[in-house]
Design a protein around this ligand. Sequence first.
Ligand SMILES: [Zn+2]
Length: 332
Amino acid sequence: MGREWRGRRASVRRDRVSGRGAALAHLVVKAASSGPVVVITSNLHGDECTGIGTCFRVAERLADTLLCGEVHLYPSLNPEGLARGSRGLPNDALDPNRAFPGSHRGTPARRHAGRIWSEVLSQRPDAVIDLHTDSGGAIPYAIVDRVVRGGDGGRLEARCVALAQASGLTVLHEYPTDRYVRFELDRSLPGALVNGPGVPAVTLEVGPRRRIDPESVALTTAATLGVLTELAMVELPASAHVSRLPGGPWRRESGPRATRAGLLLPALSTGTTFRRGQRLATVSTLDGEELEVLRAASDGVVVALPEAAHIEVGAACATVAVLDDEGSGSVT
Ligand SMILES: [Zn+2]
């Protein structure tokens, strides 16, 4: 297919955003009738690749199904990181997803974030979907940011929850507000959008890193179309994924942190429920001597395990879901 083609319901145009730094690929899907504008971003972390395949698949599906409005897809926000297989930008240790809204000066990550920020806001989006991946074997989930600034935070956060729920995936709120701010999660792309201009945003974390896994692309595509269904732009609701956690509301939490470095032996697979005090992992020597048992601080569910068998002092042995006592909409 060429630079532009028409599906049954919408046109698709391939575009490129140039300027300082690597050119960014940009796909625009436009329906005949006006409606919401949605921006879908992917691969800001250069080693998280599922979203790239998802953008292509979503654009193909939307050509035949988009009822109204327009969708702007950016398959790779970090082409240099993608080529190098690295999370960040060359010559910058700063996580690019802690650099928003960015600036015209400063480190490469801050300047790059500033460029992405201007590009995303230039589309005047009604919602943004940011595609990431956790570790291989993680349960797929949707993340909802904390709204820590702005007058109508409860309503905005509830809107983000509705979009996240429509993905069919487990919905996790971010860390509690104090840590959310301390970890600079309000400087992630979706965090800066909800806490700055007040644009509803959701992050989908699906699939393994470093390769484009067809099954994960299919799941992320279904989840993304589910979110667009909530915005009344398509009629393709996502069914609840088999891994979706019942109950809740849930939030993201770090599992217990190692005080000894060594071999990490997880005790439970992802998706497994545990009780407070239960063993989540053991740190041992390479000849099997137990150095430390890491036990759960509260009841919860294992969401993701580290992509490594060696754990350093201070590193968490898992990402877990725990009940969110701040709840949806209680933060203003
Ligand atoms: Zn990521």
